[in-house]
Design a protein around this ligand. Structure first.
Ligand code: FPP
Length: 244
């Protein structure tokens, strides 16, 4: 159970749903791809700002399990953008001390993309300055289901006693095992939902929904969200200091 901590600090872990690329492009009479391309620029800025602010973990929703339902041309554009991001940015991220971790389902993915992602993880494995967690082909229900399957297999093999299955056991079997839960989740683009993102991990996370489209997510917008987080009181189901 997490301990109540004063919230007027910097969040250790921020999770982001980068929404609104398409609408950003439409308002400018540009193709959706232009919005996604600008979204990558916003992502580069967000990583820099997060590290500057002293945030230790940033988890980004780059492609959800449900995004395959988009038109094939958009899917292949997004996959290509991810490929290019990894190819062009990993060396610089590595130099800056960033460790890259990818969460999400890998089975059934194009082998070339899996290799690229795993190379990035392997190259940056020892870095400790900052952790960038890329949720790719990620869906929270799918992640929990996969964890349940692994645990069930261990029970069947006699490696785990069903009575020992505690929340921490399940948490350790998720793709995010070993990564602290997000303190703050930011969703851009005005929608107020989780969209199958980090459902287990966000049990006590503070949510901030902002109207700006993702390509407009500047350092200033990020700092404002972090300041709002700092003004919130986190109780984790307990009482505030005064009442207690
Ligand atoms: C949501 O905007 C955004 C996505 C589905 C993809 C997010 C991807 C990026 C920001 C760039 C790629 C990331 C990497 C790591 C290369 P939307 O298309 O749903 O926008 P809309 O709601 O306005 O249509």
């Amino acid at each position: 159970m997490p301990k109540p901590v004063p919230s007027n600090g910097i969040p250790r872990h921020v999770a982001i749903i980068m929404d609104g690329n398409g609408r950003w492009a439409r308002e400018r009479k540009l193709p959706r791809s232009a919005g996604h391309r600008q979204g990558v620029e916003a992502l580069r800025g967000a990583v820099r700002t997060a590290a500057d602010l002293g945030i230790e973990y940033l988890t980004i929703y780059s492609f959800s399990s449900e995004n395959w339902a988009r038109p094939p041309a958009e899917v292949s554009f997004l996959l290509d953008l991810l490929r290019r991001f990894i190819r062009t940015d990993v060396a610089e991220l590595h130099r800056a001390g960033v460790r890259i971790t990818v969460i999400g389902e890998r089975d059934g993915l194009d082998a070339g993309i899996v290799e690229l992602l795993e190379d990035a993880e392997r190259l940056t494995r020892e870095n400790t300055r900052f952790r960038l967690v890329v949720a790719f082909n990620y869906g929270s229900r799918q992640e929990i289901t996969r964890a349940a399957r692994v645990i069930a297999r261990k029970v069947a093999e006699g490696k785990i006693d069903p009575g020992d299955i505690a929340p921490a056991v399940l948490a350790n079997h998720l793709d995010t095992g070993g990564i602290p839960d997000p303190d703050l989740l930011i969703r851009t683009g005005g929608e107020q939902r989780l969209s199958n993102y980090l459902l287990w991990q966000c049990a006590y996370t503070e949510f901030i929904f902002i109207p700006e489209y993702w390509p407009d997510f500047s350092a200033e917008v990020f700092r404002r969200a972090v300041a709002e987080y700092g003004s919130r009181e986190r109780r984790f189901g307990g009482l505030n200091a005064q009442t207690a």
